[in-house]
Design a protein around this ligand. Structure first.
Ligand SMILES: Nc1ncnc2c1ncn2[C@@H]1O[C@H](COP(=O)(O)OP(=O)(O)OP(=O)(O)O)[C@@H](O)[C@H]1O
Ligand SMILES: [Mg+2]
Length: 383
């Protein structure tokens, strides 16, 4: 079995099969489908992020790929080879977990050498290879330290070097940055990106941090309740969320409920708001309940500037003003939409007058920015 995997790895383009092909993968615990009918493919050298809330099945999907769990249904191919019955240690995979599990009694260099010893690399080659990977993660000169003598970020780097040192074809990351503070996290995200590009290793990263997904990835998968709701490149997922859950999860700011009308449009009270349905599969049917997602930064404040064709302009009252440093967030109430709440942001607060709570202002947006969905798909604000 090992030889099939090795043959299928095909480093020098022996085969052009994708890195990952999952077809209807599913895993059940008791009566709960932790992963349900997961199908996707990932090309070689790409960076994929699986994004979703806690309990959505991200880790389970990663474990199915790693071989730590067996699927109840479906099929997985890695680099063209069928993984049925192939145990984890025979798969061409390196993995970094949220809890790092470095060996505390071993030095950084010892930790990095460990997978090489396990795989019976030539002992004469090991020191040079360990030195090369210490350099890759920028820990030159720190190889003799034990984990407790290293900072959190340095420990993460040891774990990354340990996962990569035997040059796996596929790197799996299960929220390895979740416990770091924001600045270190952002630094390590860029570090991941650099290392991934330098080595060209196909990578699957799991996170519930949407910013991380957008920053790092060539491809993004959004999961909820064990299902893949959307797969695409970061910009497409950001601009065209295919499902109201994805829109909520990516933080669009405002969700308005009403009734679907042809156009497409949504009717709220007496007002007809033209919009766009990003995906025919989740589009609302005229006459049925609809939900509209509107990103706060696409709402224009004030009456200056022409209204886009078919655009919407409404009077609003400022309910709250939140200064966030580089931007100001307005919580608004719109009487004409039945006192609906709406969010808007001023992205250049230094150049604009600040509106105070109680102020009457005007807001407008283009129909392109009002995303319409079938309301029965919307999980509501509490999930
Ligand atoms: N070994 C297990 N036994 C029973 N249920 C499990 C097991 N592992 C996971 N589950 C359940 O499967 C579902 C998916 O869990 P999973 O760990 O894949 O989620 P996740 O997206 O990684 O969440 P988190 O962001 O919290 O890590 C959850 O409902 C979880 O309770
Ligand atoms: Mg998890």
């Amino acid at each position: 079995m090992a030889s099939t995997v090795v043959a299928a790895r095909g480093r020098a383009g022996e085969t052009s099969a994708p890195a990952v092909e999952a077809q209807g993968l599913a895993r059940r615990y008791g009566t709960v489908w932790a992963v349900h009918d997961a199908s996707f493919r990932l090309e070689r050298g790409q960076f994929l992020t699986i994004l979703g809330p806690s309990g959505s099945g991200k880790s389970t999907l990663l474990k199915l790929i790693a071989g730590f769990e067996r699927p109840d249904r479906g099929q997985l191919r890695l680099f063209g080879a069928n993984m049925d019955g192939v145990p984890a240690h025979r798969r061409p995979i390196g993995m970094v977990f949220q809890r790092l599990a470095l060996f505390p009694h071993m030095t950084a260099a010892g930790n990095i050498a460990f997978p090489l010893e396990m795989r019976r690399f030539d002992p004469r080659e090991i020191p040079a290879r360990v030195a090369r990977f210490l350099k890759l993660v920028r820990l030159e000169g720190l190889g003799d330290r034990r984990p407790h003598e290293l900072s959190g970020g340095q420990q993460q780097r040891v774990a990354i070097a340990r996962a990569l040192v035997f040059e796996p074809e596929l790197l799996l990351l299960d929220e390895p940055l979740a416990s770091l503070d924001v600045r270190l996290k952002e630094e390590m995200q860029l570090e991941f990106r650099r290392i991934q590009r330098e080595l060209g290793v196909t990578t699957i990263n799991v996170t519930h941090d949407q910013r991380e997904a957008l920053v790092l990835s060539d491809r993004v998968i959004v999961m909820a309740r064990g299902r893949i709701l959307q797969e695409g490149d970061p910009e497409t997922v950001w601009r065209n969320p295919a499902h109201p859950f994805v829109a909520r999860f990516l933080g669009v700011g405002t969700m308005l409920r009403g009734q679907a009308e042809p156009g497409p449009a949504i009717r709220i009270g007496d007002r007809l708001l033209p919009g766009r349905a990003p995906n025919p599969l989740t589009a609302p049917r005229p006459g049925q309940p609809a939900v509209a997602a509107l990103r706060a930064e696409r709402v224009r404040i004030g009456t200056t500037g022409a209204l886009t064709e078919n655009g919407t302009r409404l009077a609003a009252r400022v309910a709250d003003v939140v200064f966030e440093g580089e931007r100001v967030l307005y919580e608004l109430v719109v009487p004409e939409l039945g006192e609906a709440q709406l969010r808007a942001v001023d992205l250049d607060p230094g150049s604009h007058a600040r509106h105070r709570p109680g102020a009457e202002i005007t807001v407008s947006w283009s129909p392109d920015d009002l995303l319409l969905f079938d309301a029965s798909l919307d999980p509501g604000s509490d999930s």
